[in-house]
Every structure is written in structure tokens, then in C-alpha cells.
Write a protein that binds this ligand. Structure first.
Ligand SMILES: Nc1ncnc2c1ncn2[C@@H]1O[C@H](COP(=O)(O)OP(=O)(O)OP(=O)(O)O)[C@@H](O)[C@H]1O
Length: 235
């Protein structure tokens, strides 16, 4: 017997990293010459789980998700998917890192369905994939009746759900959802939490930024941001 600690799970026993494992290692995140928003952040988002990132307004939730998405490069430390450091947003997209942004990022001049189809096509889906995934994701979010409405004609909550439908339609290995329930009623919030859970169940690593304690409680683990640092509220 070697006396070494036993591996935590079978994946580690095989010496492999699961596909879609996102690791943030001792990262310092800041904008331009400003003070660091976050320092010394270390966290792993694992396939199959929903990780909540919590903190008050301005604590750095969006900043951390942007770093995980390749939008913001860490000033120190690293952000990597399956051990490959992210070099930018395009690189992260190629590694199937999907970001559902807080400001929904939808094109106002397109319909709900077009917003989703365009995104599926832009990430390598066929026209048939785009049609099928658009219909499925709109239905999952209760938006089939809004498919052909322009974004400007949708309520704030409907827009938020459309952004989610677009994110889900992309079938990411890593799904980063930034405050995606902030404008939703209780029933739709639960629907979204169920859908994020389903994303994890099909094998995605899901990271969900929220300042809603009930939503955070529905997640597997909770990383809390405060005073420029990240600590585990629930490891
Ligand atoms: N583009 C930017 N340039 C400079 N500073 C920024 C930028 N974006 C965010 N910040 C600053 O970084 C800090 C963290 O902001 P961030 O948006 O990450 O917080 P948050 O926790 O997501 O807040 P909220 O819950 O209000 O969305 C804030 O002090 C904010 O002013």
C-alpha cells in the first residue's frame, strides 16, 4: 500500500479531467489601471453541477463570470477550460463556453427566434439544428408564442427568458448565467432553475451569478464574493 489519499471520484482515478471543467486559479481581476475587483480567486466549476456565485451589488459577480467567459483576461493567475488557458472570448466560444449576460445581449432588430437561430448557426449548427433547437428552447422557456416578435416588443422578463433560450440552444460544455432570474416571477424563476439543473444533468458545468438567496440555495455549491475576495458559503 502506498498510503496515498484515495482519489475523490472515478474520473480522477483514471487520471483524466472531465470535459468542460473550468478552473480559475489565484486570479486577480481588474479593469484598466483600477484597483483589483477580485484577488486570489480560486474555484473549479465541474461538469454536472450548478455553482452559485453570490454577493451584493458591485461585489464582482459579473466580473468573475466575464473572466470565466474569456471576456476579461486575469491580470494574474489563470482561467482555463480542461487545462487550456482562455485567450479571449472567441477562444472560449470555440471551447463551448456559453455566456448568458446580465444585459441580455439580444439584437433588438431581430425576432426572438432569429436571435436564437443566428447564434446556433454562428457556432457551427446546421440550419436544421437551428430550427429544431430554436423551437425547443423557446418552448422550454414558455415563449413559443413570442417566437416571431421583435425583441423590442417583449417585456423585460420575456427578453431575459429569450436570452436564456438562446444560451440553452447553444448546448455549452460550460454555461455561465449572469443574474438570469432578476426580472422573473416566482413560477418563471423556478422554471429557469429547473432548466439550469437540466443543463448540469446533461453534463454541463453551470455557473449562476445571483443575489437571490433562495436561488442560490437551489444550487449545489455557493461561492460568495465580498471585499475583493471569494470564499465558500457552501463548499
Ligand atoms: N467595465 C468596467 N470598467 C471599470 N469598472 C468596472 C467595469 N465593470 C464593472 N466595474 C466595477 O467592478 C466592480 C464589480 O462590478 P460587477 O458588475 O462585477 O459587480 P456585480 O456583483 O455583478 O454587481 P451587480 O449585482 O450590481 O450586477 C464594481 O465596483 C464596478 O464598478
Amino acid at each position: 500500500m502506498s498510503g496515498a489519499a484515495p482519489p475523490v471520484n472515478s474520473t480522477e482515478a483514471e487520471g483524466e479531467t472531465m470535459k468542460g471543467t473550468l478552473t480559475v486559479e489565484d486570479a486577480e481581476l481588474r479593469y484598466g489601471d483600477g484597483d483589483p475587483v477580485l484577488s486570489g480567486v480560486t474555484v473549479t466549476a465541474r461538469p454536472g453541477e450548478v455553482l452559485a456565485v453570490t454577493g451584493t451589488s458591485g461585489a464582482g459577480k459579473t466580473t468573475l463570470l466575464n473572466a470565466m467567459a474569456g471576456v476579461l483576461q486575469p491580470r494574474a493567475g489563470s482561467v482555463a477550460v480542461d487545462g487550456t488557458p482562455l485567450t479571449g472570448r472567441d477562444h472560449a466560444v470555440s471551447l463551448k463556453v456559453v455566456l448568458i449576460p446580465q444585459e441580455n445581449g439580444l439584437a433588438a432588430i431581430l425576432t426572438a427566434a432569429e436571435n436564437i437561430s443566428v447564434a446556433v448557426l454562428a457556432t457551427g449548427g446546421t440550419p436544421a439544428d437551428a430550427r429544431r433547437r430554436t423551437a425547443e428552447s423557446l418552448e422550454a422557456l414558455g415563449l413559443s408564442g413570442q417566437a416571431n416578435q421583435l425583441i423590442d416588443e417583449l417585456s423585460g422578463g420575456q427578453q431575459q427568458r429569450t436570452a436564456l433560450a438562446r444560451g440553452l440552444a447553444l448546448h455549452g460544455d460550460v454555461v455561465l448565467a449572469d443574474e438570469v432570474t432578476s426580472e422573473l416571477d416566482a413560477a418563471n424563476r423556478q422554471r429557469v432553475l429547473d432548466l439550469l439543473r437540466a443543463e448540469a444533468a446533461r453534463g454541463a458545468a453551470v455557473v449562476f451569478a445571483t443575489h437571490d438567496p433562495e436561488a442560490a440555495a437551489a444550487c449545489d455549491r455557493e461561492l460568495h464574493l465580498a471585499d475583493g475576495a471569494a470564499t465558500w458559503a457552501r463548499p
